[in-house]
Design a protein around this ligand. Structure first.
Ligand code: GLV
Ligand code: MN
Ligand code: MN
Length: 421
């Protein structure tokens, strides 16, 4: 029987591990670890070392997901997956995604060698943020059989395709189908920081995710005519950047006027990009999210109309391509109830909520029951080096996770379930 101080010790270790992994970065001044980059290889070595020490067998699948397996009490028993992602945004914090992987290993450690009726596969997804290729969830998509030729041919800024990145990492893209979920997977559980202010404002350390909002990601290209900044009169310009800028403000306006809609233009690239040249081509990204799929799609249609009309008025063209179209996803009601019970059993007050951030759980939910546990995020700050966690909350998450495993191991309803794949 573990005590609260055992969970605090495990939590201290988990936080130190997250901080250590934050040092594996492509940038010297902050954490940036994208899909199959060299620092991702270092990260794999470190996490593999921790998992091997727990008696887990560790492998990397063909899209670069790190997978550690802790067997069931009886050979051939079913398994549950627990994990999150190991990639980061640029200038990232230490906990987004990483904490979920580290906590999964911490939960295996909390079992102290004790085996359950199901095995535990800890999974560190290779790509969730969509930073390198603009397309998120490459790691989890492989588990549900959604890494297709189009995705493999997608290129990063240096012209390297997903397929080539996989090969350069020493993996074989022809083996991606072997990463897919097998019939023995009973469910997926993900621990993650909330990345928002709700739990903190309610004074609740842990949240139970009921649904993850839908999102679209697109790239818009405004094309005008590059020309001399000193000689071209204002009324004769076809300035792609001015058109894009007007549209960026239109995006913000629309989102401010539709309840619960969030829309973000997070990246702008102007060509040729010189002080004395009118921009001839501008690429901007759009990230748009709403709990209602209908509201999101209607807002997106409106923003496309506005891009076209702004462009036409300015003698510019606007084209777009979709990088992600993901509907809102409900979490599994049985697992969600079990998580709520586990939090109550440990004497904490759960809070049911929707997630505005995307998570690997929304992809896994296509094929297996999936559920998520949120930890409050101090100051609601994430995707920034100031991202943090409270030691107490991490200890509580481990305690509740351990309780959840105990409950599931004793649940005939759960043990009778099989994969929907
Ligand atoms: C993942 O961090 C997301 O963008 O929701
Ligand atoms: Mn993130
Ligand atoms: Mn994340």
């Amino acid at each position: 029987m573990l005590t609260r101080s055992d969970f605090t010790n495990l939590a201290e270790k988990a936080i130190a591990r997250c901080r250590k992994l934050a040092s594996f970065s492509e940038d010297t001044g902050g954490t940036r670890r994208t899909f199959l980059s060299a620092p991702m290889g270092d990260c794999h070595r470190e996490v593999s070392f921790w998992m091997s020490a727990l008696g887990m067998s560790v492998s990397v699948d063909a899209v670069g997901n790190l997978r550690g397996f802790y067997p069931a009490a009886s050979p051939g028993g079913p398994r549950i997956l627990i994990g999150s992602h190991l990639d980061t945004v640029p200038n990232a914090g230490a906990f987004d995604g990483i904490l979920g992987v580290v906590l999964a290993a911490g939960l295996v450690e909390s079992l102290n060698g004790f085996k359950l009726p199901f095995g535990i596969e800890v999974i560190g997804f290779s790509e969730e943020e969509g930073v390198r290729f603009g397309v998120p969830f490459i790691g989890s998509r492989a588990l549900v059989g959604r890494v297709d030729e189009e995705l493999l041919n997608h290129k990063d800024e240096r012209g390297i395709s997903v397929r080539k990145a996989i090969q350069d990492f020493g993996l074989n893209p022809n083996e991606i189908s072997r990463a897919a979920l097998t019939d023995d997977v009973m469910g997926y559980i993900e621990f993650h920081i909330e990345q928002g202010p709700m739990l903190e404002s309610l004074g609740r350390p842990l949240g139970v995710v009921e649904a993850i909002v839908g999102q679209n990601r697109l790239e818009f290209t405004f094309s005008g005519q590059a020309n001399h900044a000193g000689t071209t009169p204002m009324n004769l310009r076809r300035d792609a950047l001015a058109a894009a800028a007007e549209w960026v403000v239109a995006v913000e306006n629309l989102a401010r006027h539709i309840a619960d809609l969030v829309a973000t233009v997070g990246s702008v690239a102007a060509k040729p990009g010189a002080t004395n040249v009118i921009a001839g081509e501008v690429r901007v990204t759009l990230d748009i999210r709403h709990a209602s799929d209908r509201a999101r799609i209607e807002a997106l249609d409106e923003l496309i109309r506005q891009a076209e009309s702004i462009a036409a008025r300015r003698g510019v063209t606007a084209k777009w391509r979709t990088l992600l179209a993901q509907n809102a996803v409900a979490m599994d009601p049985f697992l969600t109830d079990q998580i709520e019970r586990a939090i109550q059993k440990a004497d904490y007050k759960p809070h049911r909520m929707a997630s505005g951030a995307g998570h690997d759980a929304m992809i896994l939910a296509e094929k297996v029951p999936a559920a998520m546990i949120f930890l409050q995020t101090p100051g609601g700050i994430s995707h920034d080096p100031a991202e943090s966690v409270h030691l107490d909350d991490v200890a509580k998450a481990l305690e509740c996770g351990h309780q959840l495993l105990t409950q599931l191991a004793a649940s005939q309803e759960f043990l009778g379930r099989t994969c929907r794949a």
